[in-house]
Design a binder for this molecule. Structure first.
Ligand code: GLN
Length: 550
């Protein structure tokens, strides 16, 4: 495995003597295809229903209903808990469901009864990826090495959510430490895609995405190191928002690759993902990489449809990234993306094609950097400082057994790859080279975003594939990250929202459109995303498992 990855890296990164040359030798998707097999091409599904009403924000609806007295927070919580009971045995989104959901909902009802002010997230039910620390609640990162761990503190994002009245429903399943694209690398269970139970929900935040898709919670948190919020959002037909690096504190997020990791948000609407992001954003003295940049009031971007002008996105410059529609992308995904681009044009956007010459170098550079950082970050789980201990009669044996039994196969492979890439003889050849590629990618994005307000691409080369299909072929799985990893390398914000369906499963499978913005310009992404979502005709992105849920 390491050999194969290194071979590809050699072809792409090592054979180029300088940065300019690197840019001239893009690692084409079809060259990856020679090594791996993708799911077969599918066709777009044309839906005939045009009367589907636009999706409604769950956060705003909850607030309105609570304030008008139409329903209580306890009734809302009970209905979600009963949906979890009904669907969870099929889906397996949660590793842990909180016992305190009703208690917190009752507290909100008491506040309402006393006429006390409610926080903006009052009564909002939130799923949390299991690598985000929640006080007193299991937080395992999907790993045996942290099985039974209950942190004595909340991550900053969780603290903020609780202060605003949000209720943590439970901890969602994930690929161990965020390493994977399907949730199959969880040490505990495999989550199913609510659109087709035989398919993966994507990953690594697959549990969080599937839980929102199945309406087991209203919104959820995930983490995105190379696409782990955006790709599962695409596979599950929900909105996934990856903020600018530094926008949200990483305090309490278990580190995978620190220079790439961000906490991100899932919702069934752009407004929900945006409001959740607003709640968790801002500088935090516990995270030196968090930014002091002001957090704008995103909510003003979520105008109701009757206030839209006839060309609500007039003059917005949109660049369609050429390299993301080249060979190697499923034909159904390609057509749905092109239709989405036409929809943006119809809304008044000025659409052009842009090229990111370094685009195809992102994938090998990402895997070198992410593995290297993870090999260092995960060294803390030695059974002494962190992680479950396996007893042994001498220290090295204790480390060996604790790590050997605590980590799963994918994590061990990443640690080995990272250690190899960082080792004395190879550091310049791999890690340094990958950092050079990272600089090139940043420059290409900067140039493209000077000419355009946002860039668009598919979120993944295919829709959700079958459980087990790529499990034994890690390179095929890694190749599926090609649309998302560059954005992390450049530290930019991006949103993925459902834009159409392709054939597969009982009702079709969702496809996500990725919109990428300039650093700290989440506001623009949310504005364009919201208008796009509210005006998109023909598809309702509610999975077939839930026929009665709007
Ligand atoms: N699939 C990618 C990986 O395995 C991305 C994961 C992530 O964003 N956490 O590294």
């Amino acid at each position: 495995m390491i050999g194969e990855l290194i071979k590809i890296l050699k072809i792409t990164v090592l054979t180029s003597k300088n940065s300019k040359e690197i840019a001239k030798k893009p690692w084409k998707l079809n060259s990856i295809r020679q090594t791996v097999t993708f799911a077969s091409s599918s066709s777009p599904v044309t839906t005939t229903t045009t009367s589907v009403s636009p999706p409604q924000s769950q956060i705003l609806t909850t607030r309105r209903s609570l304030l008008s007295g139409e329903i209580t927070a306890s009734e809302i919580a009970k209905s979600y808990l009963s949906r979890i009971r009904l669907t969870e045995s099929h889906l397996k989104c949660f590793l842990h469901v909180s016992d305190n959901v009703l208690k917190y909902a009752q507290e909100i009802d008491q506040r309402i009864a006393k006429g006390e002010e409610l926080g903006p997230l009052a009564g909002v039910l939130i799923g949390v990826k299991d690598n985000i620390c929640t006080e007193g609640m299991p937080s395992t990162a999907g790993s045996r090495i942290l099985e039974h761990y209950r942190p004595p503190f909340d991550a900053t994002a969780i603290k903020k959510i609780k202060e605003l009245g949000g209720i943590v429903v439970g901890k969602t399943n994930m690929d161990e430490f965020g390493m994977g694209s399907t949730t199959e690398a969880s040490a505990f269970q495999v989550t199913a895609n609510p659109w087709d139970l035989n398919r993966v929900p994507g990953g690594s935040s697959g549990g969080s995405a599937a839980a929102v898709a199945a309406r087991q919670c209203m919104v959820s948190l995930g983490s995105d190191t190379g696409g782990s919020v955006r790709q599962p959002a695409s596979f599950c037909g929900v909105v996934g928002l990856k903020p600018t690096y530094g926008r949200v504190s990483r305090f309490g997020l278990m580190a995978y690759a620190s220079s790439l990791d961000v906490i991100g948000c899932f919702g069934s609407t752009v407004a929900d993902a945006g409001m959740l992001l607003h709640a968790i954003s801002g500088y935090d003295r516990f995270d030196s990489t968090s930014s002091k940049q002001e957090v704008p009031e995103f909510q003003s971007q979520f105008l109701p449809m009757d206030l839209f002008e006839s060309k609500p996105l007039k003059g917005v410059r949109v660049g369609l990234i050429r390299e993301t529609l080249e060979e190697g992308v499923d034909s159904g995904v390609r057509s749905v993306t092109q239709e989405a681009a036409s929809h943006l044009e119809a809304l008044g956007c000025v659409l052009t094609e842009v090229s990111l010459p370094s685009f195809s170098l992102g994938l090998p550079a990402y895997y070198v950097i992410a593995s290297s950082e993870s090999s260092s970050n995960l060294s803390r789980y030695d059974g002494v400082r962190y992680g479950n201990q396996v007893m042994a009669d001498e220290l090295n044996k204790l480390y060996e057994c604790s790590r050997g039994e605590g980590f799963g196969g994918e994590v061990k492979m990443r640690i080995l790859m990272g250690t190899y890439a960082l080792s004395a003889g190879y550091y310049d050849a791999y890690y340094k080279r990958a950092q050079q590629v990272r600089t090139l990618i940043r420059k290409d994005f900067k140039a493209a975003l000077e000419q355009n307000d946002i860039l668009i691409s598919p979120a993944a080369p295919s829709a959700a594939y079958k459980i087990g299909e790529k499990k034994d072929d890690p390179l095929a799985m890694y190749a599926g990250d090609i649309m998302t990893v560059n954005v992390n390398l450049a530290g930019l914000p991006a949103i993925v929202l459902p834009c159409g369906l392709v054939e597969g499963g009982p009702l079709g499978l969702p496809v996500g459109l990725q919109m990428i913005g300039a650093a700290f310009d989440e506001e623009k992404l949310l504005k364009v995303g919201h208008i796009f979502e509210q005006t998109l005709k023909g598809s309702s992105f509610v999975p077939p498992l839930l026929p009665n849920v709007a």
